[in-house]
Ligand binder design. Structure first.
Ligand code: ATP
Length: 236
């Protein structure tokens, strides 16, 4: 497996608050890598830094062999690095269909776009039944799936997901994780930030546990799921 993303020894500050301390991690092409950790550990900061929203004060980020430490967010999106932020930010007054169309704003061929949207409806029949419904009237789980489906329309190479399970009932969390898995099966590499370690480790190939802005533990997801410290700290 080739290496898609390399984060090396990154420090990140917000003013005087240090959020990341020598953080290093890798993501292989085609992998689902989970980033686990408690509130304030630095998970969202890692994603924001990868999306180009915050610049590291030290360290480098390499994506597909190229240094992207100082690349702008819009350039990264154009090249296929897409983040689905925490809190399902869909366009609530627009229909489900319009939300999905927006995910494909870079797709020039209307037939190609229609096929990609149909593929999302095939993955998520409930959204298909609600094509014309306003996004804001969907349930929390449906909105989360719409946000992920919208990103999938753009066929990113690397998808960054921030806490997709947040606030959802266990059965819905399972459906969201199945969606993430099918998007990965379709060829998208995924970095998945989760507080729900149990759910994330079920679909991830590997995982990192972040504490106070640095990697505390890492390994194959199947091994971390059996690790006593991980079970006690992150699986309740
Ligand atoms: P959560 O799950 O609660 O979102 P997290 O692991 O994603 O936690 P971050 O949001 O990355 O953690 O926060 C890491 C640290 O950086 C915390 O101490 C937080 O208070 C601080 N922090 C995050 N964003 C900012 C900001 N915009 N300005 C100042 N400090 C920030």
């Amino acid at each position: 497996m080739s290496t898609e993303l390399v984060v090396e020894d990154v420090d990140l500050f917000y003013g005087r608050v240090q959020a990341l301390r020598g953080l290093s991690l890798t993501v292989g092409t085609g992998e689902v890598v989970a980033l686990l950790g408690n509130n304030g550990a630095g998970k969202t900061s890692t994603l924001s830094m990868l999306s180009g929203l915050y610049r590291p004060h030290k360290g480098t980020v390499t994506w597909q062999g190229e240094d992207i430490t100082r690349t702008t967010p819009w350039d990264l999106v154009r090249r296929g690095l897409v983040q689905v932020p925490e809190g399902r930010r869909i366009f609530s007054t627009m229909s489900v269909h319009e939300n999905l169309q927006l995910g494909g704003y870079q797709v020039r061929d209307p037939k190609d776009l229609a096929e990609r949207i149909d593929a999302v409806y095939e993955m998520l029949p409930r959204l298909g039944e609600r094509k014309n419904q306003q996004g804001g009237t969907l349930s929390g789980g449906e909105q989360q799936m719409l946000a992920i489906g919208r990103a999938h329309v753009g066929r990113p190479r690397l998808l960054l997901l921030d806490e997709p399970s947040m606030g959802l009932a266990p059965l819905v969390v399972k459906q969201v994780m199945e969606l993430v898995k099918s998007i990965n099966d379709d060829g998208t590499t995924i970095l998945l930030v989760e507080q729900n370690a149990r759910a994330a480790l079920r679909i991830a190939h590997r995982a990192y546990v972040i504490e106070s802005g640095r990697v505390a533990l890492s390994g194959p997801a199947s091994e971390l799921a059996q690790d006593r410290a991980v079970i006690e700290a992150y699986m309740g």
